[in-house]
Design a protein around this ligand. Structure first.
Ligand SMILES: Nc1ncnc2c1ncn2[C@@H]1O[C@H](COP(=O)(O)OP(=O)(O)O)[C@@H](O)[C@H]1O
Ligand SMILES: [Mg+2]
Length: 456
């Protein structure tokens, strides 16, 4: 069954794309606590059922307006249709019919019982974002048009963001504790489950967005006989993939929160671990990278990696993001070491991973003796699809089920995407090379966790 976009849908998308997205910080995401109530989850789903369509609409619009014929590439259009279809599913999801009593309760702030309720922390400007590159919107855009979404209007048709209700700006917040003094009706729980199911379907649909967009760029390069991608396309990809990280974070978090009743680890709020242990994750990433390296080069023993890290260092983070960044940088180092010193060496210089803990940042340095990178190539390592692998492995859209990290190297996405992950929560990734000797990668992770997502 193939999906078709209608004119009417595209008009609605255009309308939504006029609204700015609202940034959320890691700390705000954690405020749900381990087990949010049905009412609180419902409030969050109301925020998301407006916020996600806004973010999706921006992407549809941007894909639609890409310059120089890039918007006409089949893979780009495919991705645009996924975004449009997901948009449609979200805005047409029927809302529950609620009694006015329940609606009132949902709009009322929770009675403060000394715990989480009123203490919604403010998101601050993201320090990793250059002015003008993304917008990082710490405050919800308050121009007097809140939304009236607490009152589910049970209609199944397309409805614009419900911003008619004046003064109800509190609804445009991600986390609002609901008034849990009494039981919530079963329709609310049923809706929450349904909403989470829709999100799961959408998340799966977008699994191979990164490879499909990359495919679209390749189609375009081939058609236009381009060797490199220019600054505009690079900036578009940065925005696009950064936005994808944010959308998937919100979706993944909501699915996990809804599912939380099954969970028992008190250190987790959704997919965020409030005590992410750096040493454990680093050890795992080292093991995985060495394994992939042995497999790729047919080595009995991959180059060694030494880890210097206090075993107690832990902080609030998404373990999946940190693993991704470590794995990508370690693979790069191991590859450089093997290729510099030759596959048939018995012994390789050791790559060092050093973890430092400060008040503001946790910094991880990955130092290798893989020969470094010529200074003139440094800007290139941050461009998508720049790789020194001769033969890019084939872009099979199904291989990246675990988010684009299977192969040793060859897509040129490792560094730029890792830097986006770091910046997403206010960190950064820097690379310094000594040509003829080796490379140091600094991964700065912001532990204050209050910075807003970079938005566009
Ligand atoms: N530690 C390193 N030492 C030497 N070169 C590196 C290192 N890390 C990255 N590079 C260079 O940067 C390029 C891009 O890296 P990356 O974005 O991870 O893509 P890929 O690994 O798929 O090529 C690599 O192909 C390599 O030439
Ligand atoms: Mg790489």
């Amino acid at each position: 069954m193939s999906w078709k976009r209608s004119e009417k849908l595209m008009d609605t998308i255009k309308h939504y794309s006029n609204f700015p997205a609202t940034g959320v910080s890691l700390r705000q995401m954690v405020q749900f606590g381990e087990r949010p109530s049905t009412g609180t989850l419902f409030r969050a789903s109301q925020f998301l059922s407006e916020e996600l369509p806004i973010r999706l609409a921006h992407r549809v619009q941007e894909l639609h307006d890409l310059p120089d014929g890039l918007n006409e590439m089949p893979s780009i259009q495919r991705v645009r249709d996924w975004y449009a279809q997901s948009f449609e599913e979200l805005v047409t999801l029927p809302r529950p019919n609620l009694s006015s009593d329940i609606k009132d309760r949902l709009l009322r702030p929770a009675k403060s019982n000394g715990k989480t309720s009123q203490m919604v922390s403010k998101a601050t400007q993201n320090p990793s974002i250059v002015k003008g590159q993304y917008r990082s919107a710490p405050e919800h855009h308050d121009n007097g048009n809140g939304n009236g979404n607490g009152n589910g209007n049970g209609n199944g048709g397309l409805h614009g963001p419900g911003r008619q209700v004046k003064g109800a700006t509190a609804n445009r917040r991600y986390f609002v504790a609901a008034d849990d003094a009494q039981e919530w009706p079963p329709e609310l729980a049923a809706y929450n489950t349904k909403f989470a199911e829709s999100l799961e379907k959408i998340k799966r649909r977008h699994d191979s967005v990164v490879t499909t967009v990359a495919q679209g760029i390749l189609e375009w390069k081939r058609k236009k006989q381009r060797m490199q991608i220019d600054h505009n396309i690079q900036a578009f990809l940065d925005r696009f993939y950064m936005s994808r990280i944010g959308i998937r974070m919100l979706i993944g978090q909501h699915i996990a929160l809804t599912d939380q009743k099954l969970r028992s680890d008190p250190n987790y709020v959704g997919i965020i671990c409030t005590r992410t242990n750096v040493r454990e994750l680093a050890m795992e990433a080292i093991e995985n990278a060495r394994f992939v390296c042995e497999d790729h080069y047919g080595l009995f023993d991959a180059p060694k990696v030494q880890l210097v890290c206090n075993p107690d260092i832990s902080f609030m983070y998404v373990p999946g993001h940190l693993s991704h960044m470590l794995f990508e940088t370690l693979k790069n180092s191991l590859r450089a070491v093997v290729e510099r010193h030759g596959q048939d060496k018995d012994e390789f210089p050791v790559t060092k991973v050093i973890v430092a803990e400060g008040k503001e940042d946790i910094t991880i340095k990955v130092s290798d003796e893989g020969g470094g990178i010529p200074r003139s190539s440094i800007p290139l390592v941050w461009t998508y699809m720049y790789t020194t692998v001769d033969q890019t492995p084939s872009l099979d859209p199904d291989f990246n089920k675990s988010d684009f990290k299977a192969p040793m190297a060859g897509f040129g996405y490792g560094l730029p995407i890792s830097r986006l992950y770091a910046r997403y929560f206010g960190g950064d990734l820097k690379l310094i090379s000594m040509e003829g000797y080796g490379t140091d990668v600094y991964l700065h992770l912001n532990r204050l966790s209050s910075s807003s997502e970079p938005l566009q």
